[in-house]
Write a protein that binds this ligand. Structure first.
Ligand SMILES: NC(=O)c1ccc[n+]([C@@H]2O[C@H](COP(=O)([O-])OP(=O)(O)OC[C@H]3O[C@@H](n4cnc5c(N)ncnc54)[C@H](OP(=O)(O)O)[C@@H]3O)[C@@H](O)[C@H]2O)c1
Length: 349
């Protein structure tokens, strides 16, 4: 595995285990198997996990894993494990959030994760025009000063709002965004602006919910109803990218590259994102350990100039996804926004 410092003295694995798939909507989850799988990820060097207050039951599962890990391997080994959560207040409450509400939500994550300090809290805000996200971000900064939060990140903010937080004194170390071979939005202006501001990207969607994998090479266009929520979400991104035929050209190109490196399409797709400027890590969603060995290989793969040129030749035919990061998703009546759930956080409801 390869590691990087997200902040001074704060080291994460550059491949992160994604936790959304354990929250339901992706098939049956067996809690004890999921916790046992977490040991396997750590043993493969994937020592950073992503979750959220709104991923039902997932903080709690990781908390149980932390306790088990500490018992078996001790506190020093546990300090290598980094758990990134999110603070995602419900859309319904954005207008009248108080500092106490924010602290209650953070305390709930601390309790579920069985820790006294959250490694990274990634802040999300559903609607810029409702409530005062800068005020709420400043309360998170106060909770960091109080020792409840080690690092503050954001998720799904656009470039201007991220920089507004920095200007307001929020010590933002990272932003979690969708960034993939299908979705170029961060490259438009965010990457350059963040290089100056010292904010690193943590990227989800690098395998597009599994669409960017060998499973879909040569397959006819998938039709609704899709087998899980990820496929619904990322099929929309394939449509934005340029449609199924162009997507198949991309898979074919990735397969040729994978052949040269004796690996698979998903590994190449994630590595290509990891190599982009400004990217600290990719988060790959994991329902179980089925794809663990490939996901660990992302760290080993060295793409060549020829590989990169071949990928670029396909991407040159693709549409540029409209807007900045998450602009499409913020249109709640649009195809991307209308599939989201805006009030999942029981703590702030
Ligand atoms: N901040 C946000 O708004 C946000 C949004 C989305 C996700 N996230 C975070 O980012 C994580 C990952 O993003 P994502 O949920 O969009 O999913 P993703 O990583 O794009 O896709 C994950 C799925 O792809 C398949 N897969 C993974 N590795 C594979 C491989 N090597 N070969 C073939 N298939 C593979 C698996 O599906 P099967 O098990 O079905 O094979 C897996 O569940 C989430 O778990 C979550 O922690 C954050």
């Amino acid at each position: 595995m390869i590691y990087t410092d997200l902040a001074p003295g704060y080291r994460i694995s550059r491949v992160i285990k994604g936790g959304w798939q354990l929250a339901g909507g992706h098939g049956a989850i067996d809690r004890s198997t999921s916790i046992a799988d977490m040991f396997s990820f750590c043993d493969a060097g994937i020592t950073t996990f992503d979750c959220a207050d709104i991923y039902t039951g997932v903080e709690d599962m990781i908390g149980a894993f932390r306790a088990d890990f500490r018992n078996r391997r001790g506190a020093e080994a546990l300090s290598e494990l980094k758990v990134h959560t999110k603070y995602v207040p419900n859309l319904d409450v954005l207008d009248n959030l108080t500092k106490r509400d924010v602290e209650t939500a953070i305390d709930t994550s601390l309790t579920r994760l069985k820790t006294d300090r959250l490694d990274l809290v990634q802040f999300h805000w559903w609607h810029y025009e409702t409530g005062d996200f800068l005020q709420v971000a400043s309360w998170l900064t106060e909770l960091k000063a109080a020792g409840k939060i080690r690092n503050i990140g954001g998720t799904n903010f656009d470039t201007a709002r991220s920089l507004a937080m920095v200007d307001a004194g929020v010590p933002l170390v990272s932003l979690q965004v969708q960034y993939s071979l299908l979705d170029n939005r961060p490259s438009k202006k965010m990457v350059a602006a963040f290089a100056k501001a010292g904010i690193q990207l943590i990227c989800y969607g690098s395998v597009a919910g599994g669409l960017l994998s060998d499973r879909w090479l040569g397959q006819p266009e998938i039709q609704e109803p899709h087998e899980n929520r990820s496929l619904t979400k990322y099929k929309l991104m394939v449509d934005e990218f340029g449609g199924w035929d162009l997507f198949q050209s991309l898979l074919t190109t990735l397969r040729c590259i994978a052949d040269r490196h004796d690996t698979d399409i998903a590994t190449v797709a994630s590595r290509a994102v990891l190599d982009r400027p400004g990217v600290a890590a990719v988060i790959v969603g994991a329902r179980n350990r089925a794809h663990l060995s490939q996901n660990a290989q992302i760290a080993e793969l060295a793409l060549t100039r020829t590989d990169r040129e071949e990928i670029a030749a396909v991407l040159a035919q693709a549409n540029s996804i409209p807007g900045d990061v998450y602009t499409l998703e913020r249109d709640r009546d649009g195809s991307h926004g209308s599939i989201m759930k805006y009030n999942l956080n029981k703590e702030s409801a």
